[in-house]
Design a protein around this ligand. Structure first.
Ligand code: SF4
Length: 146
């Protein structure tokens, strides 16, 4: 049994989590990392707390207590306009302070965000390519998440 937690961008704080839950069930996007795991349990779900992300400092403690091994920074962090500028800080801090794994992304990037960011050239750098590697998927999958 793999235990994970999700932290979403507070801009999407009313999000009901449908895309993430579907992607987890289908093992799509970043959850394809668990394609060989029969059971994956979400033991925590919260927002960053709003810019600059104050909830990142404390929420991983409860997630860890609940058995989380990995924290996913939701896809909203990379697709928002603008994308979260603090992703690297969050990754470094969670790993350093809590010793938990961090994965950038949850559900596949929806096609409409993919096209808009392509036009904006948001993800052209090597760093951004690395950030979105687990959620860029393919056009058919992206369209299914529009
Ligand atoms: S942009 Fe980053 S810091 Fe700001 S609300 Fe979204 S995840 Fe939090």
């Amino acid at each position: 049994m793999k235990k994970i937690s999700i932290i979403i961008c507070d801009r999407y704080h009313t999000c009901a989590g449908g895309k993430c839950l579907r992607a987890l069930k289908n093992r799509e996007g970043a959850f394809a990392l668990y394609k060989d795991e029969k059971d994956v349990e979400i033991v925590g779900y919260t927002t960053c707390g709003g810019c600059p992300g104050g909830n990142i400092e404390y929420s991983p403690a409860e997630m860890k207590k609940n058995g989380a091994e990995v924290i996913h920074l939701a896809t909203g962090l990379v697709v928002g306009y603008p994308p979260c500028p603090r992703i690297q800080h969050f990754c470094d801090f969670i790993t350093s302070k809590y010793g938990l794994g961090v994965v950038i992304g949850t559900h596949p990037i929806p096609q409409n965000y993919y096209l808009q960011h392509k036009q904006l050239k948001t993800w052209e750098s090597a760093k951004w390519q690395e950030y979105i590697q687990n959620v860029i998927t393919d056009e058919k999958t992206r369209l299914a998440y529009d």
